[in-house]
Design a protein around this ligand. Structure first.
Ligand SMILES: [Zn+2]
Length: 464
């Protein structure tokens, strides 16, 4: 067959190392250096909001206040309790023409401290935890951990805390049973081997000065917290304290082709979304970047995508645009790319993956229309027009892209933010980065795919 016809008929998978030129590969490498430093400053959603706002303010973004007027080129943002944030650059077209939205989430699986977390057993003080998001408990034992959080003291003062990140900081850990005594444990199914109630963090061993007996070690931990932060056991009730891996993000592989880090789901899409958004200064359609919280637990809560904070904000912008636009009209004219990760094919677990349909590392961004078990349950299943419109944008910008199925049919399930935008009548489709070891304390992604995500979102914000 004529090779021209063959090229036309087939849609083969392309490898980034073939598709990308030397310059592009170098650019991806440079790009990921900044991504790695972003990851190291943004392990929790609050830290990600602070880091994103700091970068945006440097570009002239200001906090939105109700009553402000807006015009083309204006740059505003709205932070919901410091846990979710929406940035908007007003476009050249009327606000009623709709928005270009890129939405990702900035919360990641972790272990949260319970409301009354401190207890003592056998002369050891522990922080009692309740896991956040879908984790495999056994992965959290025997690794260095850090404590990140946000506290509102009884006197009203707000404090951000971080213990375990500086080189001379103490780390924390969750002990596992030694293999010598684990004969019974090793017979259990993996999901039962480490019960979630055993994911308690060892906080210390020393008794408070002049104290002895039961409770003296717990008291000492409270004394140390009081001396450093002025907080009491009661302040822990309202505090958001999370245990996250203490690892730093780094390059992976002898060829440095990947990035390894905690929390790449979904900062591996949030960061490219942010850099793309900030690079498009004068968009045709108003550009909107959503960094949402609570995706890992169902997008509920005040800072989750099921809260009304996003439509409320857009409604205020529509009013401020001074046209007869209302949020409903703005939404139905908009286009949303839900930027989330998807599973990457891995040859050592072939049994879980779809050999022909799953995405591969180093093969570009993944376009996916649906996810879900039991017949695409709870999924967006993007319509043909939306999918075709995105493909056109990607192809015109020479983006390396692939499709992904998220594993074999009914092998498991997940979800993205896409469905919450379609609930607002915004056409929406998922586009993201393939990830290895998703939801583990250390996830891997390919630099080429991360850079392609930046380029793809940039092309999307530039649509006309
Ligand atoms: Zn996730």
């Amino acid at each position: 067959m004529d090779s021209d016809i063959k090229d036309k008929l087939l849609f083969p998978r392309k490898d980034a190392s073939v598709f990308m030129g030397r310059e592009d590969i170098k650019a991806a490498d440079e790009y990921c250096k900044a991504y790695i430093s972003f990851l190291n400053t943004a392990k929790t959603e609050r830290e990600a909001v602070s880091a994103a706002v700091a970068l945006a303010e440097k570009e002239g973004f200001i906090p939105w206040k109700k009553g402000m007027k807006i015009k083309s080129g204006d740059k505003v943002y709205f932070s919901r309790r410091g846990k979710a944030v929406v940035f908007c650059t007003i476009g050249k077209k009327s606000f009623a023409s709709g928005l270009s939205i890129v939405a990702s989430h900035i919360d990641s699986p972790r272990l949260d401290l319970k409301m009354q977390p401190l207890y003592e057993d056998s002369g050891m003080a522990f922080f009692d935890t309740h896991y956040y998001g879908n984790v495999k408990p056994y992965q959290w034992t025997g690794i260095p951990l850090a404590l990140h959080g946000f506290i509102v003291r009884e006197d009203g003062r707000e404090l951000a805390i971080q213990i375990g990140e500086k080189p001379d900081d103490p780390r924390f850990f969750i002990a596992d049973l030694l293999p010598h005594l684990a004969e019974e444990q090793m017979k259990k199914p993996v999901k039962d081997a480490v019960p979630a109630e055993n994911l308690d963090v060892l906080a210390g061993l020393n008794a408070a000065p002049g104290e002895s007996g039961t409770g003296a070690v717990k008291l000492n931990i409270l004394r140390l917290l009081y001396e450093k932060y002025g907080i009491t056991e009661k302040d822990l009730v309202s505090a958001e304290l999370s245990v996250v891996p203490a690892f730093s993000a780094s390059e992976l592989g002898l060829d440095r082709s990947m990035v390894g880090a905690y929390g790449q789901d979904d900062k591996v899409c949030a960061y490219p979304g942010l850099t793309a958004f900030l690079s498009v200064k004068e968009p045709e359609y108003a550009a909107c970047l959503v960094l949402a919280d609570k995706e890992e637990t169902g997008s509920l809560g005040i800072s989750g995508m099921q809260s009304a904070f996003f439509p409320n904000f857009i409604n205020e912008l529509a009013e401020a645009a001074g046209e007869s636009a209302n949020a409903r009209e703005v939404f139905s004219n908009s286009f949303c790319v839900s930027a989330d990760v998807n599973a990457s094919w891995y040859p050592l677990y072939k049994e879980a993956f779809d050999k022909y349909g799953d995405a591969k590392l180093n093969h570009g961004v993944i376009l996916f229309r649906y996810w879900g078990q039991r017949g695409k349950e709870n999924t967006n299943d993007a319509d043909a027009q939306t999918v075709a419109a995105l493909i056109k944008i990607l192809d015109e910008a020479d983006i390396l892209w692939q499709t992904g199925e998220g594993g074999k049919v009914d092998a498991g399930s997940s979800g993205t933010l896409s469905r919450f935008f379609t609930s607002l009548d915004v056409p929406s489709i998922d586009l993201g980065v393939p990830l290895l070891s998703m939801h583990s304390p250390f996830e891997g992604a390919a630099k080429a795919d991360i850079y392609m995500a930046h380029r793809a979102f940039t092309a999307f914000f530039k649509r006309n």
